[in-house]
Write a protein that binds this ligand. Sequence first.
Ligand code: FES
Length: 158
Amino acid sequence: MNDILDGIITKYREKEGNVIFLLQETQDALGYIPEEAVNYFSEKLEIPPSRFYGVVTFYSQFHLKPRGKNIVSVCCGTACHVKGGSKIAERIQRDLGLAADGETTEDGKFTFEIVRCVGACSIAPVVLVNNSAYAEMSADSTSKLIKELKKKESSGTK
Ligand code: FES
């Protein structure tokens, strides 16, 4: 991993606001921001770790833990919440055996995430699987969707 991190440092060492570029490229390369990466950058560049964590926690696109192959999200913004977003969230957690937002299944195949308004309130409640949005979902239709995803995963098709 250090080779990857050294390459990223060389690229952004002289750039203004390099923290965000370092983090973005690390996430692109590794899929998330490991604690070791933050410590490594911090030591090499003499930037306190708190600056990295400040950026990571401010921008929702950064992740401190590895994520699954499939990201199953439910919108719990106001419109989706009113139409049952929370019930869908509970069902997804139950179907995937996950206890909370941001958790990943042990086999690394699914991560569950709660998102805020994704700008599609007219088709609420919205479920997202990777980059695809599913409109007017219910707990039951989401369960069906997850069943299909699991089937695809176990048969090795995408
Ligand atoms: S609240 Fe869910 S899309 Fe707007």
